[in-house]
Design a protein around this ligand. Structure first.
Ligand code: GLU
Ligand code: ZN
Length: 504
């Protein structure tokens, strides 16, 4: 009966052996921030303790799983720098790490559970179950499975089979109270009426999440299960299954469980996977740094210290302890995420910053012809951009004036800056800038300041039309440094063009 793929365990675990954690997403849709937070906490725990990070793909739902989503998961983990010790492409002693390739194991375990009396065939049809549930509800009794098929006789089974009924495999949950100590929530107790017998294999033979998830945790010798609070209700059933697996020699010990708090979005509603704000790709496309995003996501349920919320991934790993995770729901705060990301951008050395910006200086982001990109100008302006960006994607609009033949045409900016008197101011500024010393920003500032004085304008008011004439926008990087880097000829030509437009 036992074949080469029959489940087996390696040598017994040593006392105090390092933890083994797992990140086990289903490859459906795009990765979302809740999922990344789960991956991060598992990874940080593994790295902090010198444990093992297992990456497992729960792709047993062919209708919903996709190869594209699988590729995205791996790519996202790599982009974030959340590496795994065992898992897809890396392999490991418990390979394969994709559940779709482990079906023989689940079949084998289900067979043993049936043979040992830990599970039974249930012939109830969905309609019959629904009717009995409704009655139970109406009578105020627990509405979970009622144990109907627990003790079927051979005659009853034969009769059902003769009717042509098919059976699911249902796990027999012992009638006892289940207590465990959640690493985040402390001691939790579940009474038997809250943990009814549950299906583990469909009538068509397909194993369900309820079976494959704990079976793989057992076979892969997972010691700590850290996952979202939405899975808390499945934990008592899994513990019951684990006890059976231990009795069958298929598991060594029940893992410790820690349920991470819900992440709340707008209006204090649970952040849903489908919420656009939840999509990891969005943050990546906007130019969050992996470090900035991980820093922020780590604060969803955990804190580094009372007075510091910006830290490196290395500092996070050094400080992370699952015992410090808070059970209260965490609020996803985009503004805070951006502020933390801005801090991480500032922390980069200039070279790393210029490299990180590169994707946004090329197609499809760049709005200039590729050959117009001027590396010297970019390197000159980069330090001024670095202290001002929230996300890297903002770089494009901040520097495009350097690489476009003419500044972008932004009507709102134009109308805001080119009020009556703007032409007179610009004409004077052009004169003074033409006569200025272009070897640094100071003299250029003096020139615009002096032009403002002629027309009774403070520097702020005087520089607005100059900025829009030269960059096309009302906001941007420090103006006089920008003018210096753009150069005298192009600056004056753009002011001339604005004057012509104002005169038209
Ligand atoms: N594949 C399951 C999910 O994504 C994993 C649940 C767990 O961590 O146990 O919901
Ligand atoms: Zn039944």
């Amino acid at each position: 009966m036992a074949n080469a793929n029959s489940p087996k365990l390696s040598a017994p675990r040593e006392q105090g052996a390092p933890p083994r954690v797992r990140f086990c997403p289903s490859p459906t849709g795009n990765p979302h921030v809740g999922l990344v937070r789960t991956a991060l906490f598992n990874w940080a725990f593994a790295r902090h303790t010198g444990g093992t990070m297992v990456f497992r793909i729960e792709d047993t739902d062919a209708a919903r799983d996709s190869e594209e989503s699988y590729e995205q998961l791996l790519d996202s983990m790599r982009w974030l720098g959340l590496d795994w010790d065992e898992g897809p492409e890396t392999g490991g002693p418990h390979a394969p790490y994709r559940q779709s390739q482990r079906m023989d194991r689940y079949r084998d375990v289900a067979g043993r559970l049936l043979a040992g009396g830990y599970a039974y065939h249930c012939y109830c049809s969905p309609e019959e179950l629904e009717v009995r549930r409704a009655v139970a509800r109406a009578e105020g009794r627990p509405s979970g499975y009622d144990g109907h098929c627990r003790e079927l006789t051979a005659e009853q089974v034969a009769a059902y089979e003769a009717e042509g009924r098919s059976a699911i495999v249902r796990f027999r949950v012992p009638d006892e109270t289940i207590t465990f100590t959640d690493l985040v929530r402390g001691e939790l107790t579940f009474t038997p009426e809250n943990v009814p017998d549950y299906g583990i294999v469909r009538a068509n033979g397909a194993p369900l999440y309820t079976l494959v998830n704990p079976v793989d945790d057992a076979l892969m010798e997972i010691t700590h299960v850290l996952r979202g609070e939405d899975l808390l209700s499945s934990t008592p059933r899994q513990i019951a299954l684990y006890k059976a697996l231990i009795e069958l020699g298929l598991a060594k010990e029940i893992p410790a469980f820690g349920h991470l708090p819900y992440v709340m979005g707008e209006g204090n509603k649970k952040l849903s996977k489908r919420d656009p704000q939840a999509s990891l790709n969005l943050y990546r496309e906007r130019g969050f740094l992996p470090e900035g995003l991980l820093n922020y996501l780590s604060l969803l349920g955990w804190s580094f210290s009372a007075d510091q919320d910006v830290f490196s991934v290395a500092e996070l790993v050094a400080a992370f302890d699952i015992a410090d995770v808070n059970a209260n729901p965490a609020r996803f705060d985009l503004k805070k995420a951006e502020a933390i990301n801005a801090d991480h951008i500032r922390r980069l050395d200039v070279k790393a910053f210029t490299e990180a910006c590169e994707p946004w200086l090329r197609a499809p982001h760049a709005n200039w012809e590729p050959e117009r990109f001027d590396r010297a100008a970019w390197e000159a302006i980069a330090p001024y951009a670095q202290t001002r960006l929230t996300v890297l994607s903002d770089i494009t609009a901040n520097v495009d004036f350097l690489f476009l033949d003419a500044p972008v045409e932004d009507e709102a900016s134009w109308d805001k800056a080119m009020k009556p008197g703007a032409a007179e101011l610009l004409a004077t500024a052009r004169e003074k800038l033409a006569a200025a010393d272009w070897s640094g920003p100071e003299a250029l500032k003096e020139a615009v300041l002096a032009a403002g004085e002629v027309h009774g304008l403070k520097l702020g008011k005087a520089q607005a039309p100059v900025r829009v004439a030269v960059t096309g926008r009302t906001v941007g990087l420090p103006l006089f440094e920008s003018l210096e880097i753009l150069g005298r000829e192009r600056t004056l030509a753009r002011i001339d063009a604005a004057l012509a437009k104002l005169a038209a």
